[in-house]
Design a protein around this ligand. Structure first.
Ligand code: IPM
Ligand code: MG
Length: 307
């Protein structure tokens, strides 16, 4: 198994280091893999001028799976659109044809108080959002900005072919957004288009208490996948050893399950995460008084100790 590791920007390198440590620990189980580092996002712009350079394209095309931290940072916000880190993320999804994005939103019982919704509304929440990832307004043509009647007018195209919809299937977003806070537990699986899935998955993540807990998988039709936490690069806390590495560690579990068919190794990681929460280990984003506050490395080590 070949795994490309793209740590990215901001907290990316710190959280990916913890996830890699967990993966390395599974070698003793006979899990065989090679890790190959590469650049995506702002760090790639700094090194090559492009957010998704050709060398990275080659690396990920040859890999069986990609582990990604996060991309982006304020220093890149003024770059032309084609050079922004987020463009790199959209381009890698498109280049690898990763049309199916799986975003599980699970509320761990230990974190019920961290949700902004009442515990009785969210207890037991376990939703899988299936988001179409390579179509919709994100890639639709025509798009642009032009002068009409003396002012600038921007336009995008929300477009899906029948084949793309068949691949993923559809649901109405206004009702979904309302139902998600009214009675979130009624959902088991939600299938959405690209843009609505982006919005609904952030909303669902807050139901679980912290966006720092949620992993994701982006798959092609052969289960090759890119695995990343759904949170971003959090530049404000980068390099401080405070970011929550659990979403990235749980993304490794998804990789083992979906791309490598290693269900028992995946379950082992998920069980270890449940154990560290039960033992009271908390990073700042999920901390409550009386719990054991740990940093990024401390949380990673706690997971290792429970594997
Ligand atoms: C996500 C992000 C991306 C998206 C951005 C960074 C382009 O919000 O993965 O959800 O909108 O897909
Ligand atoms: Mg998003």
């Amino acid at each position: 198994m070949k795994i490309a590791v793209l740590a990215g920007d901001g907290i990316g390198p710190e959280i990916v280091a913890q996830a890699v440590q967990v993966l390395e620990a599974l070698r003793s189980d006979g899990l065989k893999f090679e890790l190959e580092p590469g650049l995506l996002g702002g760090c790639a712009v700094d090194a090559t001028g492009e957010p998704f350079p050709e060398v990275t394209h080659k690396l990920v095309a040859a890999a069986d799976a990609v582990l990604l931290g996060a991309v982006g940072g304020p220093q890149y916000d003024t770059l032309p659109r084609a050079q922004r880190p987020e463009r790199g993320l959209l381009d890698i999804r498109k280049a690898l044809n990763l049309f199916a994005n799986l975003r599980p939103a699970v509320l761990y019982p230990e974190l019920a108080n961290a949700s902004t919704l009442k515990p009785e509304v969210v207890a037991g929440l376990d939703i899988l959002i299936v988001r179409e990832l390579t179509g919709d307004i994100y890639f639709g043509e025509p798009r642009g900005i032009e002068q009409r009647d003396g002012q600038r007018v921007g336009f995008n195209t929300m477009i899906y072919s029948e084949a793309e919809i068949r691949r993923i299937t559809h649901m109405l977003v206004d009702n979904a957004a309302m139902q998600l806070v009214r009675n979130p537990r009624q959902f088991d699986v939600m299938v959405t288009g690209n843009m609505f899935g982006d919005i609904l998955s952030d909303e669902a993540s807050m139901l679980t208490g912290s966006i720092g807990m949620l992993p994701s998988a982006s798959l092609d039709d052969k289960n090759k996948g890119l695995y990343e936490p759904i949170h971003g690069s959090a530049p404000d806390i980068a390099g401080k050893d405070v970011a929550n590495p659990l979403a990235t560690i749980l993304s490794v579990a998804m990789m083992l399950r979906y791309t490598f068919n290693q269900e028992s190794a995946a379950a082992r990681i998920e069980k270890a995460v449940k154990k560290v929460l039960a033992q009271g280990y908390r990073t700042g984003d999920i901390y409550e008084s009386g719990m054991k506050k740990v940093g990024t490395a401390g949380m990673g080590n706690a997971v290792l100790a429970n594997l």
